[in-house]
Design a protein around this ligand. Sequence first.
Ligand code: FES
Ligand SMILES: [Fe+2]
Length: 380
Amino acid sequence: MTTPTPGLAARYYTDGEVFAAEMDQVFARSWVMVGHVSQVAEPGTVITARVGDESVLVANDAGELRAMFNVCQHRGHELVAAETARLDRITCPYHAWTYGLDGRLLHARGEDVGDVCVPGVRLETLGGFVFVNLAAGAAGLGATAPGVNDELLARVPDAPRRVLSARRTHEVRANWKVVVENYNECYHCPNVHKWFTSGVVAPGSYRIASGGSVIRHAADRPGQPPAWTGDGGDSTGTGAPEATGTGNGADAGSRTGGRAGDGYRAFFVWPVSAIQSYPGQVVNTFRWVPLAVDRTLLIREWWFDTPDLTEAQSRLVSDDWENTVAEDFGIVESVQRGVASRGYTPGPLIEDPSGVCGVHSENSVRHLQDLLLESLGGAG
Ligand code: FES
Ligand SMILES: [Fe+2]
């Protein structure tokens, strides 16, 4: 091991001034996932999402996707309150100024107020997932996450045609970096996640590769094929029939995810987005929303080929939520209390000098902390 060097100072997780700086220097300049193209596939469909301390809306304007700030240009009311909507035009709930789905003001209740337009926001897609960036001058998503689109599509070719099948949310009392660092290391996996390290991945094979804004996770499937794949060894009693339940030979298994032999992959895109592919072409995502210096909303979404879950999929979603995701809630909240303690001095991160980051090292945590310090310009 290299000379141990300590992790980030505690104030980065507890100081409201750091949090405010992050809103400007991280969240207002980074690509953040807000949904999937299937949610805005029809003209007139709209989704909203929080990006840092802003609300953004994405609208299908006659076939073209447009993202814009979710803010009325009259006196600032949010234009669309719901997370999803179907609209011909956008009428502000406050004084009924009305905009087209391209953000242009159509009328202000008969007053001539000149040309008014809601400021646009950059939008790009990656494997069918919609990302936005508030900074006009930021590098494109392809340059920010090079190769990820192709790697995801090589594993899950129909990712852009998936639909939202399940969604769970939970607010944790922890700083967003505590949550994201926890997600991006598997040093804690053998100790904390028994179901994940026996049912989803072979822990000895777990590898995390950090580069630029992307952290890639890869692991082999466990020796026993995961139950939901219907790839032999099925213990759900439902996997095998559902694996062929589409009646489409070429696509057999897509409803439960197909073969189990393709292991686990995850693509984390700094700062708060992740797309995972579980064995069997199962796709799920995390979006983490920083609400306050010590509060983070976690959004876990599952993307199958129909909105309705099969029984096996439903069990997978529940198992994953209860036996992996929820196991981290208490962990991150305890860490948040700990880093706020007078008794805490940051300990060394366990870094493998070879750069290989598996279940015995935290190189990826160092990478995340370096990204943060770089974004804050060494200040904060
Ligand atoms: S704030 Fe939107 S119409 Fe007044
Ligand atoms: Fe975890």
